[in-house]
Design a protein around this ligand. Structure first.
Ligand code: HSE
Length: 302
C-alpha cells in the first residue's frame, strides 16, 4: 500500500453517545443519542500533543495511551502509514464509564478523523472497514456501530468481522438516569457467565426479535420487548442501586433497561409521565433525542 498523503488543514469530528444492548440485545442493539464529544485532529511536524476538556479532563491520559490516539494510530496503519506528528484536542460531553459509549465515541472519532485527514481516505477505509476496525479496538461492535452510523443499529460478526444494519427508530423518547459513580465495561463483562441456560437464551431471542418492531413504530411492545435474562440480573448484583432503580421502573411498567454495561439506566419512553421522582439524590436525569446522523466531520473554526 502506498504511503498516504495527509491534508494540512485540521478536521473536527463530532460523535454521539450511545446506549447498547437495549435489554435483551446483548452486544447487538444500540441507539445513538444527541449528546456529543468533539475531537479536532491536526497533522503536526513532530511529536504528539493531547488536550482534553470537559468530561474526563481530570483523569484521561495526555499521551499515546489516550483512546482517541490509539484509534487514530490504528486507522493510519490501516490507511498505509503514520504522519510525523499529531495534535489532538478533545471536548468531551459524554459522561465517562457510565454506560453511554464514551470509549466507543473516542474510538470512532479517532478513526473517522484519521480517515478525513488522508486524501482519498473514505475510499481506502469505507464505513464497513471503519466499523470492523472500531469493533476490533473496542472489543465489541454494538456501541461503535451506533456511534458511526447513528439511529438504531444491530451488529453481528461475519467471518471475524463486525457488520451492522442501521434502522430508523420511531416513537422513542429516551430518558437516562446517570449516577455520579463509574463502572468500567471490562468489569461489567467479567461478571458475566461463560454459558447460560437454553431457556434464558430462547427467552432473550424472542424478546430481541420483538425489539425490532417495538423500536420502529410499535411503542406498545417496548415493555415486553425490553425484558432481559442474560446480563442485567448478574450485573445488578454488583450495581445494587442500578438494580433497584431498574426494578422500580419496571415494576411501574416503564420500558427501562441497563444502559450498556451500566451503571446508567435508560428508559425508552416515559409514556407521558414525569419520571423525575425516580431520580432522588443519586441520579442525574437526561432527556435526550435519538441522533440520526452518527459520526460527522465538521469544519474547524478559528
Ligand atoms: N454490549 C456491551 C456490554 C456494551 O454490555 O458489555 C457496553 O457498553
Amino acid at each position: 500500500m502506498a504511503r498516504p498523503s495527509f491534508r494540512a488543514a485540521p478536521v473536527r469530528v463530532r460523535v454521539p453517545a450511545t446506549s447498547a444492548n437495549l435489554g435483551p440485545g446483548f452486544d447487538v442493539f444500540a441507539l445513538a443519542l444527541d449528546l456529543y464529544d468533539d475531537v479536532v485532529l491536526r497533522i503536526a511536524d513532530q511529536g504528539l500533543s493531547v488536550d482534553v476538556a470537559g468530561e474526563g479532563a481530570d483523569d484521561l491520559p495526555r499521551n499515546a495511551r489516550h483512546l482517541v490516539v490509539k484509534a487514530v494510530r490504528a486507522a493510519f496503519d490501516a490507511l498505509g502509514g503514520q504522519p510525523r506528528g499529531l495534535e489532538v484536542v478533545c471536548a468531551n460531553r459524554i459522561p465517562q464509564s457510565r454506560g453511554l459509549g464514551s470509549s466507543a465515541a473516542a474510538i470512532v472519532a479517532g478513526i473517522v478523523a484519521a480517515r478525513a485527514l488522508v486524501l482519498g481516505g473514505e475510499e481506502l477505509l469505507d464505513d464497513a472497514a471503519a466499523l470492523a476496525l472500531a469493533a476490533t479496538v473496542e472489543g465489541h461492535a454494538d456501541n461503535v456501530a451506533a456511534c458511526l452510523l447513528g439511529g438504531l443499529t444491530l451488529a453481528w460478526n461475519e467471518q471475524g468481522l463486525a457488520r451492522a444494519l442501521r434502522l430508523d427508530p420511531v416513537g422513542l423518547a429516551p430518558i437516562l438516569f446517570v449516577p455520579a459513580t463509574r463502572s468500567s465495561t471490562a468489569r461489567g463483562r467479567r461478571v458475566l457467565p461463560d454459558a447460560v441456560p437454553l431457556a434464558d437464551a430462547a427467552a432473550n431471542a424472542a424478546r430481541a426479535a420483538l425489539l425490532v418492531p417495538a423500536l420502529t413504530g410499535r411503542p406498545d411492545l417496548l415493555f415486553a420487548a425490553t425484558q432481559d435474562r442474560l446480563h442485567q440480573g448478574v450485573r445488578a448484583v454488583v450495581m445494587p442501586r442500578t438494580g433497584a432503580l431498574l426494578d422500580k421502573l419496571r415494576a411501574d411498567g416503564r420500558p427501562a433497561v441497563l444502559s450498556g454495561s451500566g451503571p446508567a439506566v435508560l428508559v425508552l419512553h416515559d409514556g407521558g409521565a414525569d419520571l423525575s421522582s425516580y431520580a432522588g439524590k443519586t441520579w442525574q436525569v437526561l432527556r435526550l433525542a435519538v441522533d440520526g446522523t452518527g459520526a460527522t466531520v465538521l469544519p474547524v473554526h478559528g
